[in-house]
Design a protein around this ligand. Structure first.
Ligand SMILES: [Zn+2]
Length: 329
């Protein structure tokens, strides 16, 4: 069903246990109708008052499902604007002309995940812990992750590694470019988390191995490798960012269905090299295990206990810096 293939859930995979626990409280409360039902989240926008935010050339229509939230509404709107600005910074503009964003108050003090739809216009629903603090908003990655999904045309589920991988990889890079995180924080996290995306025994390539690790971190590793290869091939002038901006420029976004080959060839064309299509030919049908230790060393990343150190004399240090450098429109 189109609805099933059109949604991307960030947290189902990230904190599945918490979601299952949460589902019980969703079911009991008045919010349940906003968390379920085939016509959600679109029906919510017909019934609820909306606040419009203008960010990056887009209008974000924000609606709050009934229920109390401790933080003032202004703080929530600031968080939404900050998240949208990071995504617009990466893509040169917000990926879709308008977005419907539904916040559903739920028990707890954190952001419980998110879901993005495109089939009736770009829409995101976030189950929002009613006791969340400003620190929770500052540390949140979920909303940027979901907003990144709006930039990629919808594809069959076997290619979810590309949409999740892009969301996982672009979210922190966009936030560094926008000044919301430091490069040190995100490289440290990549060194810690990228090994989760390596193929395990029995792996049949990204296209045929729908495990959590391969979908999220295997996809993110594909994106990192693609970014580096595009930069190597273009003398570090262009990167994955320019390739994915090319998909938007060609009219692609989450409101449309495109085959993966069209997405990758459109992105490749924007940077004038065939890195993405070629990497997919290599990593899609069979397991590929990149040598991460060598990769980190070449990027000039050294682990010192819990911390990391940058080595700016490393062969790919300039590429590492270019990945997180703010870009023009
Ligand atoms: Zn996701």
């Amino acid at each position: 069903m189109k609805t099933a293939s059109a949604f991307r859930c960030a947290v189902a995979a990230m904190v599945i246990g918490a979601m299952l626990a949460g589902a019980i409280s969703f079911g009991a409360g008045a919010q349940s109708e906003y968390m379920r039902g085939g016509r959600m989240p679109y029906d919510a926008f017909d019934r609820l008052p909306k606040t419009d935010l203008e960010v990056g050339g887009s209008t974000i229509h924000v609606a709050f499902a009934p229920g109390d939230i401790t933080l003032p509404k202004e703080k929530l709107l600031d968080w939404i604007s900050t998240s949208a600005r990071a995504v617009a910074t990466y893509y040169g503009r917000f990926p879709v002309g308008s977005l419907r964003l539904l916040l559903v108050p739920v028990d707890g003090a954190r952001i419980r995940g998110g879901t993005t739809w495109g089939y009736r216009g770009a829409a995101i629903r976030i189950p929002f812990g009613r006791d969340s603090t400003e620190d929770v908003l500052r540390g949140d990655w979920v909303l940027v992750h979901e907003m990144v999904h709006t930039a990629l045309p919808d594809m069959p589920d076997r290619y979810a590694w590309l949409s999740e991988g892009l969301a996982v990889y672009v979210e922190p890079v966009a936030r560094v470019q926008a000044g919301d995180l430091t490069a040190r924080e995100i490289w440290q996290a990549m060194m810690r988390d990228m090994p989760k995306g390596l193929p395990q025994s029995g792996d049949q390539g990204l296209d045929n191995t729908p495990t959590w690790g391969r979908k999220y971190w295997g996809g993110a590793l594909f994106c990192l490798l693609a970014d580096i290869e595009i930069r190597k091939a273009t003398g570090n002038r262009l990167g994955l960012q320019d390739a994915m901006r090319g998909v938007l420029a060609a009219g692609g976004n989450h409101e449309l269905d495109w085959p993966i080959t069209r997405i990758l060839s459109t992105a490749d064309k924007a940077v004038g090299v065939d890195v993405l299509s070629r990497l997919h030919d290599e990593m899609g049908p069979k397991p590929v295990t990149p040598d991460l230790a060598t990769l980190w060393r070449d990027l000039g990343l050294k682990r010192i206990g819990e911390d990391i150190e940058f080595d700016d004399t490393a062969p790919l240090a300039a590429i590492r810096k270019a990945i997180t450098a703010p870009r023009g429109q």
